[in-house]
Ligand binder design. Structure first.
Ligand code: SER
Length: 316
């Protein structure tokens, strides 16, 4: 759509950093406003605005100033950080969602993107090829906020016709931005530590398989979902999305192909019980059927690409 203007709230985070880049490539630098309370991790090729995701007036001012029609709301506390301050995590994750849903209901936005997570699932969920519709009794405050948020998205869509779309991201791995506060962050740390020090102490045990995805796939999925014709977006909770499932010993073996002397050891901490409550792999047939999703990267392809890109950055 010509003239489309997008605001990404939480643009300095792990997903935001790469999503802004992807959106700017697709829709033009000037048409994508990056917004965060934190300075960007990378140099900006388009507008950046300081914004607090819980400040409705602040968000409205940016929407008015730049004539924004779509918001991607990425600001959140992730699973591990949220457990340290459950009340604040609930407040941030929910209030920010309500603000953008309300702005959309009032006709000030045409479309909203809000990320959900595999954290909506819990210990009673079937762990392998976890279906789209299944038991979802989350065990973390982050998961509770994502599950409740999904239901609010579906409610605003059904009741008010708000065009809100969402994906249940697995753990995301990328080289352009640092992760912050998630249970799946080990799968990014391992590359940095392997390249810098040749060794890594993993905070999850060797056999802890989790659903993961390489960031380019996640960014493509996000933009594809937002660009899909509305009638194809049949689910207004969050879409299951599957990329790669592996455990720490599996990714360590792949890293070793590049760094033969690499050594991993294991010191599971409180994040282990979070990981143990999540699925090992995900069934994403709804996303494939409804809007044509398909991942491009497998474990080897992801590790090769991470190494090629991170090596020059960390060695310079
Ligand atoms: N990567 C996220 C986390 O670990 C999952 O949504 O919290």
């Amino acid at each position: 759509m010509p003239g489309k203007k997008i605001l990404v709230i939480g643009s300095s985070g792990q997903i935001g950093t790469e999503l802004v880049e992807g959106l700017r490539e697709r829709f033009g630098d000037a048409n994508v406003v990056a917004g965060d309370i934190k300075e960007p991790q990378v140099e900006q090729s388009g507008p950046f605005a300081m914004v607090n995701a819980m400040d409705r007036r602040g968000i409205e001012r940016i929407i008015e100033k730049y004539d924004i029609s779509e918001v991607y709301l990425l600001a959140a506390l992730l699973s591990a950080t949220a457990e340290k301050d459950p009340a604040f995590a609930w407040q941030l994750n929910m209030e920010s969602l309500f603000i953008v849903l309300e702005l959309a209901r009032e006709g000030k936005l045409k479309k909203v993107y809000w990320p959900s997570s595999i954290a909506v699932f819990g210990p009673t969920t079937p762990k392998d090829a976890t279906p789209q519709h299944t038991i979802a009794e989350p065990g973390t405050v982050y998961g509770i906020s994502k599950q409740a948020g999904e239901q609010w998205c579906a409610y605003y869509h059904k009741r008010y016709g708000v065009d809100v779309r969402s994906i249940r991201y697995p753990g995301l791995i990328g080289w352009k931005s640092a992760p912050g506060g998630g249970t799946t962050d080990y799968a990014v740390h391992i590359f940095h530590e392997a390249l810098k020090h040749g060794k890594y102490t993993c905070f999850l045990g060797p056999d802890t398989a989790l659903p993961m995805m390489y960031m380019p796939d996640a960014i493509r999925a996000t933009i594809d979902l937002m660009e899909a014709p509305a009638e194809k977006v049949k689910l207004r909770t969050g879409y299951n999305l599957s990329g790669i499932s592996f455990d720490p010993k599996g990714i360590a073996a792949e890293v070793k192909r590049h760094i033969p002397g690499f050594v991993i050891d294991y010191a599971p901490d409180s994040r282990q019980s979070i990981a143990d409550s999540w699925p090992r792999s995900i069934d994403d047939s709804a996303a494939r059927d409804h809007w044509g999703w398909s991942p491009k990267y497998d474990l080897k392809g992801m590790v090769d690409d991470m190494m090629v890109n991170l090596m020059p950055l960390l060695k310079s």
